[in-house]
Design a protein around this ligand. Structure first.
Ligand SMILES: [Zn+2]
Length: 415
C-alpha cells in the first residue's frame, strides 16, 4: 500500500471522529438486550439509515420463525421478537472480505447502561465494548474506502447479525441455512473485544444438564424411596474420571496462563435437588460444561459424554440429559494471509505487532471456519469489562480500529 493511500485513509477517518462517536452512542442507547432480543427493529433501522447516508446498498432479511430448526431451538416465544440480518457490499467482483458483527448485547446490569456517557476518554454503556463500537468502526472503515475512491479488486461485505450472545441460531446460522454467510469469502474480521490481541482460534462448547431421578419418601420411611442425590454422586464420579483425562490434553494455540491450555470439563456450575432435609430427594440435577480445544472434534467429544450417560443408564440409574448449547471450535494459522494483513495493519497504526491468542469463549469465526474461510477477531473493546456492569471502550481505540479495518481491506483487496 502506498504512503499516499495510507495518509489519505487516515486523514479521512480523522475527519469522522465525532460522527463515529455519535453513531456508537446512538447504537448503545438502543436496548438490544438478548435474551430475549428487544429493539432489534430500531437498531437495524438505525444501521440502515447510516448506510443510506453513506450511499451503500443493503438488504435486510427478516428471519422467518416458522422453520423447524428455529422452533426446536427456541426457549421462549421468539415470535414476539423479530430477528433481522443485514448484508451490504462495497466494491465489484466476487472475492469478498467480510466485516462481520453482532448488534445484540447481553442484558444490562441497570437501566443507566442505555444512557451512554463519556468520561476520561472512555465511552460507557452496555455494548460500548461488545460490540457496538466495533460495528461503528467497521461501517466507517467502508465509508472511508468509498469516499477515498479506492479501487478494490473484490468487495467488502458487511454482515450484521443478531443473537450472537445466545448461540447464533437466529442470526448467523440462519444466514448459513440460506447460503448467504460468507458467500465468496476470502476472509472475515469480527470486532469482538480482544483487548489488543488477535483471536485466531476459539474453543467449542457442549453444555448440558443431567437430571438424575429417584423416588421420594419421608426420612422415617426412607427404605421406600430411591435417593437421587446418592445416584447423582455416581454420575458425578464417572464424570470426574473423564475430567482427569480431558484435562491432560493441551492446545497448541496460544493462551495465557499455561493452565488455560487444558481442555475443560466443568461440573456443577449449577446444581439443584431435593426439597427438605427430612425427605429422600426424588430429583437432582447439575450442569456439565465441556469446552473443547480447537484440536478436538465436537462430535467425538459429545459422543464420549453421551456414551458415559448411556452406560450409567444401563447400570440402572434413571437420568435425563438436556443439551442446551453446542458450538464448534475453530482455529487458523497466524501465517494465513488474512491474519498477516490484519497484523500488519495493527502494526502500522499502533506501532506494535499484535500477538495471536485463542479466545476462551465461543466466537462466530466458527461459522466461517466450517466453510473454509479464514476468520479472525480484533476489536476496540476490552474482554474484562464486556458483559459487566461498567462496560466501556476507550474512544481512541474505536478510531484506531476503524483505520485498521480499512487498511486490512485495502491490503487484501488491492494489488
Ligand atoms: Zn460480542
Amino acid at each position: 500500500m502506498s504512503e499516499r493511500v495510507k495518509y489519505q485513509i487516515l486523514n479521512t477517518i480523522a475527519s469522522y471522529r465525532d460522527d463515529i462517536l455519535d453513531f456508537t452512542k446512538a447504537l448503545v442507547a438502543i436496548r438490544t438486550e438478548n435474551p430475549p432480543g428487544t429493539s432489534y427493529q430500531t437498531c437495524i433501522e438505525t444501521i440502515a439509515s447510516k448506510l443510506r447516508e453513506i450511499e451503500l446498498d443493503y438488504t435486510i432479511l427478516e428471519v422467518p420463525n416458522a422453520t423447524e430448526q428455529i422452533t426446536e431451538a427456541s426457549n421462549h416465544d421468539r415470535g414476539l421478537y423479530p430477528r433481522y440480518c443485514l448484508l451490504s457490499f462495497h466494491g465489484e467482483g466476487e472475492r469478498t472480505l467480510y466485516f462481520h458483527g453482532h448488534y445484540d448485547v447481553v442484558p444490562a446490569s441497570s437501566e443507566a447502561q442505555f444512557l451512554p456517557y463519556v468520561k476520561d476518554g472512555n465511552l460507557f454503556g452496555r455494548g460500548a465494548s461488545d460490540m457496538k463500537s466495533g460495528l461503528a468502526a467497521m461501517i466507517y472503515a467502508v465509508k472511508a474506502i468509498k469516499e477515498c475512491g479506492i479501487d478494490l479488486d473484490g468487495r467488502i461485505g458487511l454482515t450484521i447479525i443478531p443473537d450472537e450472545e445466545t448461540g447464533g441460531v437466529l442470526g448467523s446460522l440462519y444466514l448459513v441455512e440460506v447460503g448467504l454467510l460468507g458467500k465468496d469469502g476470502i476472509g472475515m474480521l469480527t470486532p469482538e473485544p480482544t483487548s489488543g490481541v488477535i483471536w485466531n482460534a476459539n474453543r467449542g462448547a457442549i453444555s448440558l444438564r443431567v437430571t438424575v431421578k429417584g423416588k421420594p419418601a419421608h426420612v422415617g420411611l426412607h427404605y421406600q424411596g430411591v435417593n437421587a442425590f446418592e445416584r447423582m454422586l455416581v454420575v458425578a464420579n464417572a464424570l470426574l474420571e473423564l475430567k482427569a483425562e480431558v484435562e491432560s490434553r493441551r492446545t497448541d494455540f496460544k493462551i495465557e496462563p499455561e493452565a488455560a491450555r487444558r481442555s475443560i470439563l466443568l461440573i456443577g456450575g449449577r446444581c439443584e435437588g431435593g426439597t427438605n432435609f427430612n425427605l429422600v430427594p426424588s430429583e437432582c440435577s447439575f450442569t456439565v460444561d465441556r469446552r473443547i480445544n480447537p484440536e478436538e472434534d465436537l462430535e467425538t467429544e459429545k459422543g464420549r459424554l453421551l456414551t458415559l450417560f448411556d452406560k450409567l443408564r444401563r447400570d440402572g440409574i434413571d437420568l435425563d440429559v438436556e443439551i442446551f448449547q453446542e458450538g464448534e471450535s475453530a482455529g487458523f494459522s497466524e501465517e494465513d494471509p488474512v491474519a498477516q494483513a490484519l497484523a500488519e495493519s495493527v502494526q502500522t497504526i499502533t506501532g506494535e505487532s499484535p500477538s495471536f491468542e485463542m479466545c476462551p469463549g465461543l466466537l462466530e469465526i466458527r461459522f466461517y471456519a466450517q466453510q473454509g474461510i479464514p476468520a479472525f477477531a480484533y476489536g476496540p473493546g476490552l474482554l474484562s469489562v464486556s458483559h459487566g456492569p461498567n462496560e466501556f471502550v476507550k474512544i481512541e481505540d474505536i478510531y484506531t480500529c476503524t483505520a485498521i479495518y480499512a487498511l486490512t481491506a485495502i491490503r487484501l483487496l488491492t494489488s
